[in-house]
Design a protein around this ligand. Structure first.
Ligand SMILES: [Zn+2]
Length: 248
């Protein structure tokens, strides 16, 4: 089965053999897929330039006979190689983090237009912005949006353990990221102030085109990234690099 004109963003690459390259791509219609690019490691291969991390384009695929979420790359046209992201260490670190988060939140072969379109919009915007303040803002807005479209981080109203109404202070259970009341919290749980929850949900509602972009505190950014780690059960790839570059 052939599929033409598939929009795709390359999330990961690795050399498959001496000549072939394996990609993990996200697409709107097919979700996250494995793509094998035959002979793409050859210097004169037409597929070679598409086979790099952080590239978006339109591709033609042939479905593998053995595995329904695996494809062969037949043709590729690059829309954007995000050169401005690749020229800035901080942008690149943020892009690696968000790309890795999208990869963790997406299932193989399951169509999910929202993860593709969020990532696509993020990379386009990141490529264009120039100030660090805006970069941190965009990074965090993208995290809270990605969590929300995947069912995490909605406004907690009730305690996950005892169902009582949550008042001004929230705790989230370190192991599962659930929200708890003051009575049910454990000693190791993390307290979240009401202002933080409010800020989180304001970010969810924000329109990036018309809103005023504000400076977010390092504490807030770290709390959001910690929440991601708890939800996923592992550290997002690229976070250490991001910490090195921006200093927290
Ligand atoms: Zn409770």
């Amino acid at each position: 089965m052939n599929l033409n004109n598939v929009k795709a963003i390359v999330l990961q690459i690795r050399k498959h053999s001496e000549t072939d390259i394996s990609l993990i791509c996200i697409t709107p219609k097919l979700g996250k897929i494995f793509v094998r690019a035959p002979r793409a490691a050859d210097l004169n291969s037409k597929l070679r330039s598409f086979c790099q991390i952080l590239t978006s384009g339109t591709i033609s695929l042939q479905r593998s006979k053995n595995d329904i979420s695996s494809y062969y790359l037949r043709q590729a046209a690059i829309d954007n190689a995000y050169q401005d992201i690749k020229r800035s260490e901080l942008k690149l670190a943020s892009a690696c983090y968000i790309t890795s988060l999208v990869s963790s939140l997406s299932e193989y072969g399951q169509a999910e237009d929202h993860n593709f379109s969020q990532l696509y919009g993020f990379l386009e915007a990141l490529n264009l912005i120039t100030e660090t303040v805006k970069l941190n803002f965009l990074h965090v807005v993208m995290i809270v949006r990605l969590l929300a479209v995947n069912g995490f981080g909605h406004l907690p109203e009730w305690c996950s353990k005892c169902d009582s109404s949550l008042s001004s202070v929230f705790y989230y259970g370190k192991n599962r990221g659930v929200f708890l009341c003051e009575k049910c919290q454990n000693i190791k749980d993390i307290r979240i102030a009401e202002e933080t929850i409010l800020q989180w949900h304001n970010l969810l509602k924000i329109d990036l085109v018309s809103s005023h972009w504000v400076e977010l505190s390092a504490d807030f950014i770290e709390l959001v990234e910690d929440y991601v780690r708890i939800v996923l059960g592992q550290e997002v790839k690229g976070r250490e690099y991001l910490r090195l570059i921006r200093g927290f």
